[in-house]
Design a binder for this molecule. Structure first.
Ligand code: AHM
Ligand code: MG
Length: 327
């Protein structure tokens, strides 16, 4: 059996060399993060570091380490103008005179890190845009709409290490092959079934939800005799990468809506390095991504740590949820 490497697949898609090399650097960084995650308690890096990130959350040490690895590997790529990380307040400009064609990479180095202490799947999420003109290296320069993304993806650190990417030509899934050190193509052309009977939401926030979300979940829970006339299953990993990975493989919807507990921030998940890249992946796999009131990738960013409501997955089901918002 011939096995397709990440590079061969990207070359087959006629990916330009700069982007191909950047994707390989990201894959290398993810593989190094996977190695640290894999060592778990033996590396002495689990548990809480004594620092807080700008959202006021306590950082796990592995968050910090993962961010440093990403900066070191991806930040050294000569075509990268700036890095925007969940873990770092300011934009990390690598070039003082960013030029048209340079890349901006947005990333969450270790998403779902509250799952680390219980040994569940976590991941790294990334999004790539190209600057379309020379610009001043200020925060406004990286506030670029999700529709401008040229590539996006995530690594998942689970029983195996996976890498799921899009360069705008569908979505391909790779698995790290420990023997060769390569990411090999294992899920070509991932495709989300348009319909589903599975939702993912943190139901402990029920009392905080807006009426449309409550009504949607109530109706799902009423099963075959309810208005949806089908029985729904529920899954919630509390790790967006793991939840989205399941949806890319077998369909479903994921919701982290705006609610009365997070309304002041605009939602829980971050636009630039969580919602936009996942939105692009899901759409490239035939699904849909929405805030409930519009397409995620069309949200005009007002800050690089901005949060948004996120509803994504099987496209017919996302359309149903948007109907509940309209009603
Ligand atoms: P993080 O970036 O601080 O790890 O938070 C994002 C995570 C997502 O992976 C996950 O979907 C969500 O937070 C879980 O939230 P909750 O703890 O409310 O279930
Ligand atoms: Mg995150």
């Amino acid at each position: 059996m011939t096995q397709t490497t990440l590079r061969a697949q990207l070359q087959g898609q006629k990916t330009d060399t700069d982007l191909l090399m950047l994707m390989e650097d990201i894959a290398t960084a993810c593989q190094m993060i996977a190695d640290r995650v894999r060592h778990g308690a033996f590396a002495g890096v689990l548990g809480t570091a004594n620092t807080e990130n700008i959202q006021g959350e306590t950082q796990k040490e592995l968050d910090v380490i993962s961010d440093e690895i990403f900066q070191q590997i991806v930040g050294a790529n000569p075509t990268v103008a700036a890095l925007v990380s969940e873990e770092v307040d300011e934009v990390n400009w690598r070039k003082q005179s960013p030029q048209a064609g340079d890349f901006v990479v947005y990333y969450d180095p270790l998403d779902g890190s509250s799952n680390l202490d219980v040994n569940l799947s976590v991941g790294t999420i990334f999004s790539i845009v190209r600057l379309d003109a020379a610009t001043a290296p200020d925060a406004a320069a990286v506030q670029i709409k999700g529709t401008q993304q040229i590539a996006a993806g995530y690594a998942i650190y689970g029983p195996s290490t996976g890498l799921v990417i899009t360069v705008g030509q569908g979505v391909d899934g790779f698995t790290h092959h420990p023997g060769s050190g390569e990411f090999l193509l294992t899920q070509p052309a991932m495709n989300i079934p348009p319909q589903t009977q599975e939702f993912a939401i943190n139901t402990s926030r029920y009392d905080l939800w807006e009426a449309p979300v409550r009504k949607y979940i109530d109706d799902c829970l009423r099963g075959a005799s309810g208005p949806r006339a089908k029985k729904f299953n529920m899954r919630w990993c509390a790790s967006m990468v793991a939840d989205v990975h399941r949806i890319l493989i077998r369909g479903g919807v994921f919701l982290y809506p705006k609610d009365s507990g997070n309304a002041a921030q605009g939602g829980k998940l971050r636009l630039m390095y969580e919602a936009n890249p996942m939105g692009m992946l899901v759409e490239q796999a035939g699904g849909a991504s929405s805030t409930g009131r519009g397409r995620i990738m069309e949200v005009d960013p007002t800050g690089h740590h901005q949060r948004v409501p996120v509803i994504l997955g099987s496209r017919d089901e996302v359309a149903v949820i948007e109907e509940y918002y309209r009603d």
